[in-house]
Design a binder for this molecule. Structure first.
Ligand code: 6PG
Length: 252
């Protein structure tokens, strides 16, 4: 298999073993960031795949010093935080209610703003403040991402104008073709690709065709946005299960 820009692809038998190892991988990244820079700046993924990994982080002590972790979200649905479709709602229930992270280290997207665009603008200001960033995109230690069956990632959807954004870190995005059909707020490629490490979590046979195309390295970001994720000066890691990788590694 010709792997695009040589990402690390780590394969596990099933979603459960993938989640345990993904949690360990996340813990190692956080520990190294704290050791080297005194804190870990992490953006979590939405969707359903990461839930098992967040559960593992909540129930196992991987030695994470949560008092030095700062958590953000790589995308969000423009719904109230108590809405079951909210990515933050899931992360709070499954992870944040179980770990000793200071409340002022957790940065949900402000979906109580009047519009998705205003929420994106506010989040950008939060990033600028917390990273003491000026013109260059903030450099996360770790950004977690999922991938939809259509190849979208974060809330960067096929054919969307957000794919071409070069001068903004966070933008509002219209609903994608996959549920839920609500407006979104999403990191853009400049912010994503500034990260030290990006980890994709991909599970399930329904992702297999798109994962094969993306990993082969000839997919266009316009049609499969996950293919546009290439850290400029960082590591790209794919943590996948056998079901998602069945097309990638099957002899054909
Ligand atoms: C979202 C996610 C989105 C997700 C993919 C995969 O807000 O929906 O951030 O990018 O990662 O749609 O979702 P699943 O993990 O549920 O398949």
């Amino acid at each position: 298999m010709n792997q695009a820009t040589n990402p690390n692809v780590v394969l596990y038998p099933d979603a459960e073993s993938m989640a345990i190892h993904a949690a360990r991988h996340i813990a190692r990244n956080i520990e190294e960031a704290i050791r080297k820079r005194g804190k870990a700046m992490v953006a979590l993924a939405g969707g359903t795949t990461p839930e098992k990994t967040y559960q593992q982080l909540a129930i196992n002590d991987f030695g994470i010093d949560w008092s030095h972790v700062y958590l953000f979200l790589s995308d969000e649905r423009f719904v109230p935080a108590e809405d079951p479709r909210s990515n933050f709602n899931l992360i709070q229930r499954v992870l944040l209610n179980s770990v000793a992270i200071p409340l002022d280290h957790v940065f949900p997207v402000p979906t109580d703003e009047r519009t998705a665009a205003e929420a994106a603008g506010s989040y950008t200001k939060t990033l600028r403040k917390e990273f003491e960033a000026t013109s260059k995109p903030p450099r996360f230690d770790l950004i977690l991402l999922g991938m939809g069956n259509d190849g979208h990632t974060a809330s960067l959807f096929p054919g969307a104008s957000s794919l071409a954004v070069e001068d903004q870190w966070v933008v509002a995005a219209p609903p994608g073709s996959l549920p839920p059909p609500v407006e979104r707020i999403t990191f853009t490629y400049p912010l994503l690709n500034a990260a030290r490490e990006i980890v994709f979590l991909v599970s399930g046979e329904q992702k297999a065709p798109v994962l094969k195309t993306v990993l082969e390295g000839n997919a266009l970001p316009e049609t499969l946005p996950a293919a546009g994720v290439h850290p400029t000066d960082g590591v790209l890691t794919w943590i996948v299960d056998n079901a998602a990788a069945e097309r990638t590694y099957s002899p054909s």
